[in-house]
Each structure stands twice: as C-alpha cells, then as structure tokens.
Design a protein around this ligand. Structure first.
Ligand SMILES: NC(=O)c1ccc[n+]([C@@H]2O[C@H](COP(=O)([O-])OP(=O)(O)OC[C@H]3O[C@@H](n4cnc5c(N)ncnc54)[C@H](OP(=O)(O)O)[C@@H]3O)[C@@H](O)[C@H]2O)c1
Length: 115
C-alpha cells in the first residue's frame, strides 16, 4: 500500500510543488487549502498523471474551528508524512500591520502549525 502524505497550502506555490513531487514518487495525498476548485483540479490531475489516490479538503487554517475539524478528520487517516506548508507573509512595517491581519498570521503561521 502506498504511503499517505498531507500537504497544507497545496493550492499554489511551494505546497503545490511538494504535492507534485510526492505524487511523482508514488505517495497518496491529502491536499489542503482554502481554494477548493484549485485543490480539486490538482488532486484529479495528480491522481491521473501518477496513478495515486489524492483527496482535496478545503479548510481555512487561520480559523481555529476549521483547524479543529480538520484535525478530527485527519485523526481517522493513517498519515505517514505531514508537510505543514500553508503560510502567509505581510510585507510591511510591523507598526502598519492591521490587528486582524496580525491575528490571522499568528493563527496560520504559528498556532495552526503547533496544533
Ligand atoms: N516563495 C518563496 O520564495 C518564499 C521564500 C521564503 C518564504 N516563503 C514563505 O513560504 C510560504 C509559502 O510560499 P509560497 O510562495 O508557496 O506562497 P503561496 O503561493 O501564496 O502559497 C501559500 C499557500 O498557503 C495557502 N494558504 C494561505 N492562507 C491559508 C489559510 N488561511 N488556510 C489554508 N491555506 C492557506 C494558500 O492556499 P489558499 O489561498 O487556497 O488557501 C497557498 O496554497 C509563505 O508564507 C511565504 O511567505 C516563500
């Protein structure tokens, strides 16, 4: 049976590249991000191209409740690898960063990663 990896932030950029590489190496995948249409396209394409099983789960990891729901869902799976890549950056002086943006950054980049 193939090994199973979960990649967060797989709808673009570095996470998508990780998902592609793992699929090419024969891993089954669970891909997670907010943009479900992109994730779904990716999961179908990787499953077809590399003859693996791939599943898309839409979740906003800056939302504590959605992280809790995802963790409960993932607890039912036999995961071999977690690529916890989803993240964001706000390129501006810290003093200019709106409170809400700072809170979602901490939730996504720090708290979701340690959940
Ligand atoms: N690219 C570089 O050269 C580089 C260098 C150093 C550091 N980094 C850092 O590495 C991280 C990834 O970079 P990247 O270039 O791959 O960025 P990216 O293309 O913007 O990808 C970020 C990924 O994270 C997901 N994501 C963002 N917010 C999310 C949320 N609230 N919940 C769930 N998923 C979320 C995005 O998906 P959705 O929008 O669909 O949710 C996307 O799949 C960023 O923090 C970036 O600052 C990048």
């Amino acid at each position: 049976m193939a090994q199973l990896a979960l990649v967060t932030g797989a709808s673009s950029g570095i996470g998508e590249a990780y998902a592609e590489r793992l699929a090419r190496d024969g891993w089954d995948l669970v891909v997670v991000a907010r943009r479900h249409d992109r994730l779904d396209d990716l999961a179908h394409r990787l499953a077809d191209d590399y003859d693996i099983r791939a599943r898309a789960i839409a979740a906003d990891l800056a939302d504590e409740g959605q992280v809790t729901t995802l963790i409960a869902e993932v607890a039912e799976m036999e995961l071999d690898l977690l690529v916890n890549n989803a993240a964001l950056a706000h390129y501006m002086p810290l003093a200019d960063l709106p409170l809400e943006a700072a809170q979602s950054l901490v939730q996504l980049n720090v708290l979701a990663r340690s959940s």
